[in-house]
Design a protein around this ligand. Structure first.
Ligand SMILES: *Cc1c(COP(=O)(O)O)cnc(C)c1O
Length: 432
């Protein structure tokens, strides 16, 4: 079978995510036949470096032998059972382990099956916890330029115009406070002043503040200083507003620590995790919270205070077994230390970009790096030009508008990283 056969069959039936389908009149789809490590291979035998970990989910490479083995064993034992009234060992073990490795007292785990659903759970749980304690707080607070997923509730607390604007009239109530303008400490303090004003005016109406700690990934890889998290979480506490750390993209070592919150020394009231949780194998998500929130729901059934949210695939055993395999790898290998070295290679390899005239800024937090271009308008579609050039040269990148970024699987070697970055450098240099 050739690429062209698969793609023409595809376009008859499949409506792709995050895509203007008309683009595919000229832009070929890439049918992936197999993948190993950081390499994707199509039906014509072309190979591409997966420099964005397939939308940030893959940590330890495609077709990872260890995770595959654990998944396969689980599939032969118990593929799924409902989690209401039933339980299973992979979920129990995963919950125990997650509560040990997440910061502070996050020792209650609610399962969901994708990131957006985890956000819905955290928002509903926060609102409902206040309500069960006798307070109705109908608002949520988030940062400008934030992204928390695309179901209605998650979209409501997000602030990326491209995804949100169309649906504005049907969203739930939320307010945005400015994200620090850049990674400096001064910018963090400046943004805190605005947050203080909002809390003073509307603090008693807000259930929770939700943030992406350190890096707003879908928000063009915007990065900010950890002191903002520290001060914002303290302020929220003083207004009895829950603090939700959305670590769906930045959790599991992406920013240099296991969880980004650690760099600010904070313990949120809720932490949402997905993406890297299963190493890119299965859709799974969790909302971590504490005993205080949990106890707000704990009472006799007829008091109508229980959290009755559910998804069919809640806590799927296959997903949990992959997540346990991922945690095994973190336990058995010093992943964070190896990543520190890889992050420093990345920093070094990115230096040449700084002397390009069309580069505005190069920024990096751990294993996330971004090159922001300047002088282009949306209609120039530089993202497509860079994508196509790199693809021809064996590297898959998916720039966010005028921001090219690298978020490779952790198993990337020096030579692969060199090829990945050099190819993008050549693409950027050739842009007119
Ligand atoms: C991807 C993402 C989500 C949504 O997760 P999905 O599984 O795509 O629904 C939420 N928050 C952040 C920070 C994300 O990066």
């Amino acid at each position: 079978m050739k690429n062209s056969e698969i793609t023409s069959r595809d376009l008859k039936y499949i409506w792709h995510p995050c895509t203007q389908m008309k683009d595919h009149e000229t832009l070929p789809l890439i049918p992936v036949k197999s993948a190993k490590g950081i390499w994707l291979e199509d039906f014509d035998g072309n190979r591409y470096i997966d420099s964005i970990s397939s939308w940030w989910v893959n940590l330890f490479g495609h077709s990872n032998e260890y995770i595959t083995k654990k998944l396969s064993e689980q599939a032969h034992t118990l593929e799924h059972v409902l989690l209401a009234g039933f339980t299973h060992e992979p979920a129990v073990r995963l919950a125990e382990r997650l509560s040990k490795i997440t910061p502070g007292n996050l020792n209650k785990v609610f399962f969901a099956d994708n990131g957006s659903s985890a956000i819905e759970v955290a928002l509903k749980m926060s609102y409902h916890a206040h309500l069960n304690r006798g307070e109705s707080r109908p608002l949520f607070l988030s940062l400008t330029n934030s992204y928390h997923g695309e179901t209605i509730g998650a979209l409501s607390v997000g602030d990326v115009e491209l995804y949100k604007k169309t649906y504005e009239p049907i969203l739930i109530k939320s307010i945005q406070t400015p994200v620090p303008e850049d990674i400096s400490e001064e910018a963090a303090y400046e943004a805190i002043k605005k947050l203080e004003e909002i809390l003073k005016a509307q603090g008693d109406k807000i259930s929770a503040m939700i943030v992406e700690p350190l890096v707003q990934c879908a928000g063009y890889m915007h990065m900010y200083h950890p002191v903002y998290l520290k001060l914002a979480s303290e302020l929220c506490k003083s207004y009895k507003i829950h603090f939700i750390a959305d670590e769906i993209a930045v959790g599991f070592g992406r920013t240099g620590t296991m969880f980004a919150c650690e760099q600010a020394g904070i313990v949120p009231d809720f932490m949402t995790l997905s993406k890297g949780l299963t190493g890119g194998y299965m859709p799974l998500a969790v909302v971590m919270t504490n005993d205080e929130i949990y106890s707000a729901f704990y009472c006799d059934y007829l008091e109508y205070k229980a959290f009755l949210h559910s998804h069919s695939y809640t806590g799927n055993p296959l997903g949990c077994s992959c997540a346990n395999a991922v945690l095994d790898i973190f336990e058995n290998e010093d992943v964070l230390r190896a990543n520190r070295k890889k992050a420093s290679w990345m920093e070094e390899l990115l230096k040449p970009f700084e002397s390009l005239e069309n580069v505005k800024e190069v920024r990096q937090t751990g294993m996330i790096a971004a090159v922001e271009l300047k002088g282009y308008k949306p209609e120039d579609r530089v993202n497509l030009k860079i994508f196509e050039f790199c693809l021809k040269n064996g590297v898959f990148v998916r720039p966010l508008g005028h921001v090219v970024y690298f978020m490779p699987p952790y198993i990337i070697t020096y030579d692969e990283m060199h090829k990945m970055i050099e190819t993008v450098y050549n693409a950027v240099k050739l842009l007119k």
